[in-house]
Every structure is written in structure tokens, then in C-alpha cells.
Design a protein around this ligand. Structure first.
Ligand code: PEP
Length: 251
């Protein structure tokens, strides 16, 4: 497999500064043991710089959880891609289901952010995923295809080759109800097919597709063994260095 797995921790709105630094130090300390995956942590934006310092000398990458699509200007309270990059972030999670649900982010907004992140040299991790009622109504494929087309509209093949996609079924996020390896693989294979059809097989083979939703050390190996699952986006379990590293060690 050409794709090197990526294990990304989404700390969400958790930790204070001291906890964030301690968590980052814990991950950095154990990261030398992880041979088969890249590691990434995404702390709250306010702690990016402190966490970046704590990661110095390790191979653990730094990412943000959100950004605004515009450059400098009258956008009170927002953070630009260039600002994230300036404090050491290399990745940015975009279109997380919590932002889609709570902050009203549409595919068009996610698309604008994705293009702005790429323009600033950040690697976007673009999240897609269906609601429980959509899955139960047999609409998963349709929902994913719509989010894929809308969130990634207008990207060149070269740009597409630089992104990461995260499949996060909304019903599995923070619920302890993980998708089965077969459920994950079905959607991941579908996403790979969409990449091939919209672009080409070479690009499709390059793009990492992460699974997210209640990943733990105990269920990671089975999920990660699926051919189209190229890593994980981890929420709850990323708040303990041991669990996060345990997921990465399961590959
Ligand atoms: C997430 O929010 O990206 C996530 C996958 O959360 P959890 O691992 O807690 O389900």
C-alpha cells in the first residue's frame, strides 16, 4: 500500500494550556515507537503555539480544527489560514460534523475554506458523514456523494492529491457506537471510486481517507486493516496520550 496511515487527534474544545502541553509531551514522548503511521494533533487554536513548542524535535505534526476562508480584514473573532500556518500548523480539519450541525457550515462554506487552506499551504482534512436517519433511510451513498462534490468543488487534480478526507458517520461520533469495519470500508471504497471518477486513479490512490467515530485502541486494528481505511480521526481517545498512541500502534 502506497498510502502511509495518518492518525489524527481532534482535541475539540478540551484541555487548558497546561493540560494541552502535557498531552502533547506525552504523545511526542511515545511517538518514537510508532513506525507505521504519521501522527497529528489538533488542539484548540489558542494553544497551537504552546503545543507546537511541546512537539519540537518529534515527528508529531500540528493541526487546527477550523479556520476562516478569508485573508486579513474585518472578520472579528476569526482566524485565517495564514495565521494558523504562522504558528506552526500544517493541517486543518474542515467541515467537522459539529461545525456543520452547530455553526451551520454548508458544503459551500467547507469548499471555500478548503480552497483557502490549500492556497496557504495547509493540508485540509475534509470531513464527510451521514446522520443516523440518513443511513437508516438508505441514503448514505447519496449524502456522501453530495458532500464530496460540494466540499471539493473546483479543486485541481494537483490540489486534490494534497488533501485528506475523513469519513465520520455522525451517529458514531462521541457515541461509543463505532462503525463496523465493513460499514467503514463500504463508504471508503465509495469515496475512492468518486475520486477516481472525478479525477483519476493515480490521484485516487494517493489520497488518504481516514475513518472517525469512536475509534479506540481496542477497535482500531480491525478498522485499519480495511484496504481503503488509511488512518483515523480520533476525538475522545485522543485526549489520553496512551490511548492515542495505542490506536497508532494497532496499525
Ligand atoms: C471526532 O469528533 O472527530 C471523533 C471521531 O470523535 P470520537 O472519536 O470521540 O467519536
Amino acid at each position: 500500500m502506497m498510502r502511509r496511515p495518518l492518525i489524527a487527534g481532534n482535541w475539540k474544545m478540551n484541555t487548558n494550556r497546561a493540560e494541552a502541553v502535557a498531552l502533547a509531551e506525552g504523545v511526542a514522548k511515545g511517538s518514537g515507537e510508532i513506525k507505521n503511521a504519521d501522527l497529528l494533533v489538533c488542539p484548540p487554536a489558542i494553544y497551537l503555539e504552546s503545543v507546537g513548542k511541546a512537539l519540537t524535535g518529534s515527528s508529531v505534526a500540528l493541526g487546527a480544527q477550523n479556520m476562516y476562508a478569508k485573508g486579513n480584514g474585518a472578520f472579528t473573532g476569526e482566524t485565517s489560514a495564514a495565521m494558523l500556518s504562522d504558528v506552526g500548523a500544517e493541517f486543518v480539519i474542515l467541515g467537522h460534523s459539529e461545525r456543520r450541525a452547530l455553526m451551520g457550515e454548508t458544503d459551500a462554506v467547507v469548499n471555500e475554506k478548503t480552497l483557502a487552506a490549500l492556497a496557504a499551504g495547509l493540508t485540509p482534512i475534509v470531513c464527510v458523514g451521514e446522520l443516523l436517519e440518513e443511513r437508516e433511510a438508505g441514503k448514505t451513498g447519496e449524502v456522501i456523494a453530495t458532500q464530496f462534490a460540494g466540499s471539493l468543488a473546483g479543486l485541481s487534480a494537483e490540489q486534490l492529491g494534497k488533501i485528506v478526507i475523513a469519513y465520520e458517520p455522525v451517529w458514531a461520533i462521541g457515541t461509543g457506537k463505532v462503525a463496523s469495519p465493513e460499514q467503514a470500508e463500504e463508504v471508503h471504497a465509495d469515496l475512492r471510486r468518486l475520486l477516481t471518477e472525478s479525477y483519476n486513479g493515480e490521484i485516487a490512490d494517493k489520497v488518504r481517507i481516514l475513518y472517525g467515530g469512536s475509534v479506540k485502541p481496542s477497535n482500531a486494528a480491525e478498522l485499519m486493516s480495511q484496504p481503503n481505511v488509511d488512518g483515523a480521526l480520533v476525538g475522545g481517545a485522543s485526549l489520553k496520550a496512551e490511548d492515542f498512541l495505542g490506536i497508532a500502534a494497532a496499525i
